[in-house]
Design a protein around this ligand. Structure first.
Ligand code: GRF
Length: 197
């Protein structure tokens, strides 16, 4: 199975996914890292890991639909079976999501269904929540929605800022995203889930 990872920024989740595949902890090959931003720092990290990279710059397309089909064609050209959105900051259209339905995962830095969208950590702190977390889910046409594959919880500590909380959550993201990808791949291959250790 070939995995394509879509990024827009630093790509730390992408690195966690690629490391897990290259170490044999996830039964798949990282076939492509695609960024919509030419300056994304994650691109250099992907190259250093020996993963093919592509830039599909959204500003070069006249419409979202045209951008989506540029992304789609690039994924197909690299024979991608499963897509992981990893800090990919563009919303994909219904048609694109429908085409990949069941084979596209996303990680979101909140305990969904709480705090869809942006600034999740600031919103959780502001609301006085005592815990935050991250969710891996299958992508559907609704933003930050779709069946949940994995969730991790962390405490919100007094004195936390959105940045300190983000760092704590990010560590958990790097743990659960490879696990959730492995589970999705096993399901797709008709294999039973891994027994708990
Ligand atoms: C992560 O917190 C992810 O959940 C969110 O954007 C951030 C991306 O971080 N969607 P990175 O690019 O993987 O380091």
């Amino acid at each position: 199975m070939k995995v394509g990872i879509l990024i827009s920024g630093g790509g730390s989740n992408m690195v966690a996914l690629v490391n897990a595949m290259q170490a044999g902890r996830v039964p798949a090959t990282p076939a492509l890292v695609l960024s919509n931003r030419p300056g994304a720092a994650g691109l250099a990290k992907a190259r250093a890991l020996g993963v093919p990279v592509a830039i599909v710059d959204h500003t070069a397309f006249p419409s979202r639909r045209a951008f989506d089909s540029g992304v789609h064609r690039t994924l197909r050209a690299h024979h991608v079976d499963m897509v992981c959105l990893a800090g990919f900051m563009r919303i994909l259209g219904r048609r694109m999501v429908g085409t990949w339905q069941g084979n596209m995962l996303n990680i979101h830095p909140s305990l969904l269904p709480k705090y869809r969208g942006l600034n999740t950590h600031a919103r959780a702190i502001e609301a006085g929540d005592t815990e935050a977390g991250a969710t891996v889910h299958r992508v559907t046409a609704e933003l930050d929605d779709g069946p949940i594959l994995a969730q991790a919880r962390v405490p919100i500590l007094s004195g936390d800022t959105p940045d300190t909380l983000a760092a704590r959550v990010l560590k958990e993201e790097h743990r659960i995203y490879p696990q959730a990808l492995a589970q999705a791949l096993r399901e797709r291959l008709g294999m039973p889930p891994e027994p708990p250790i």
